[in-house]
Design a protein around this ligand. Structure first.
Ligand SMILES: NC(=O)c1ccc[n+]([C@@H]2O[C@H](COP(=O)([O-])OP(=O)(O)OC[C@H]3O[C@@H](n4cnc5c(N)ncnc54)[C@H](OP(=O)(O)O)[C@@H]3O)[C@@H](O)[C@H]2O)c1
Length: 323
């Protein structure tokens, strides 16, 4: 595994991290989930990304991860970076959603209980909810660190106009933002419009979620929508309509470039993000150990020639590809 320092901090992250949004809930096979986590850890993926609402049922990914940890990896806690988040709808009533202090404080207690952890390495505000002043949300994160429930804090999906304010408040309190999490892939490049630069200027690491566009930037959909794939599953967040003709055609072309590089499309899509040194890590999802093993190998070639980059740009320039 390769590691990068997370922004201007002393903490390193593996360039490939594992996310537990899909495939680790109660609806999923616990044996497969266990194999993926253990295999990831064995190969140097020591950063695991959770959130209170991951499942389904919401919360079950944290519960299952806690079980896997206790059953298989109990003696390795200090070799791991484990994160969780709060901010999306989780429980009933007005306090179960949003970015208020009330929600974050209750949520971290619930997440610690579900996972059985004494503390999270990083706790994120999962989103700006459009209402709560960022002063309130950031103060909750600061207090969570002061209470010893998390070592570091992060922000996820914050709009550019509030991102700087979050960094300023956190820095002032001497709880600097360790990491900022944004969706970033060949099919969603909005962060290139300023969020990446703002994070780097402020010493925050950046991690990309859904770097494979939920599977569209792999060979998963090159010949239709397979049974059991995320787009086919009732509980999957990838809509069938998002597997559009245009995206599939573009992925087929990108796959040809990947083959010439001696990579799978998934490996090239991950390497394409990591070519930018400001990116600390890509948080991948995987529904099998095979997918995980394939994706990890992206680290063998993170360099692109100018010609490859220009061929890729040429394919990506069509605006209908973007989410
Ligand atoms: N901060 C936020 O708001 C936020 C939002 C979303 C996600 N996240 C984080 O980011 C993580 C990753 O997101 P994601 O799951 O959307 O990431 P992704 O890596 O873009 O997509 C993962 C999916 O792609 C398919 N796949 C992966 N590798 C493959 C391969 N080698 N060949 C064929 N198919 C492959 C699998 O789908 P199949 O099921 O079809 O096999 C897999 O479940 C999440 O788990 C979560 O931790 C954060």
């Amino acid at each position: 595994m390769k590691f990068r320092f997370c922004g201007r901090s002393g903490v390193q992250m593996p360039v490939v991290s594992l996310g537990l949004w899909h495939n680790f809930g109660d609806v999923d096979d616990f044996k497969v989930a266990t194999d993926i986590v253990v295999s990831a850890f064995d190969q140097g993926i020591c950063h695991f990304d959770l959130a209170n609402n991951y499942g389904p049922a919401p919360g079950s990914a944290e519960t299952n991860f806690g079980r896997i940890l206790r059953n298989e990896l109990a003696s390795h806690r200090d070799e791991m970076l484990i994160t969780s988040k709060a901010g999306h709808e989780m429980w009933q009533g007005v306090y179960g959603d949003g970015s208020s202090r009330k929600n974050l404080m209750a949520s971290i207690n619930q997440s610690l209980k579900r996972t059985g952890l004494e503390y999270f390495d990083i706790f994120y505000s999962h989103r700006y909810d459009g209402v709560t002043p960022v002063e309130e949300t950031m103060q909750a994160l600061i207090d969570i660190v002061r209470q010893g429930k998390a070592l570091y804090v992060g922000i996820s999906k914050y709009p550019l106009d509030l991102q700087q304010k979050c960094y300023d408040i956190l820095r002032e309190a001497k709880v600097p933002c360790l990491v900022s999490q944004y969706r970033y892939s060949m099919y969603d490049r909005k962060v290139e419009g300023g969020a990446l630069k703002c994070a780097a200027d402020n010493g925050s690491g950046v991690v990309a979620f859904s770097p494979l566009a939920q599977g569209l930037l792999t060979d998963r959909y090159l010949n239709g929508i397979p049974e059991h794939s995320r787009a086919a599953r009732e509980t999957g967040f990838l809509q069938k309509g998002q597997v559009s003709e245009e995206r599939v055609a573009a992925s087929i072309k990108l796959n040809e470039i990947a083959k010439k590089r001696g990579q799978s499309l998934a490996q090239m899509a991950l390497a394409w993000i990591l070519k930018d040194e400001r990116m600390t890590s890509v948080i991948i999802g995987a529904s099998s150990v095979e997918q995980l093993n394939n994706n990890i190998k992206c680290i063998d070639n993170l360099d692109f020639s100018a010609e490859e980059l220009s061929q890729i740009e040429d394919i990506l320039k069509d605006p209908v590809l973007s989410f």
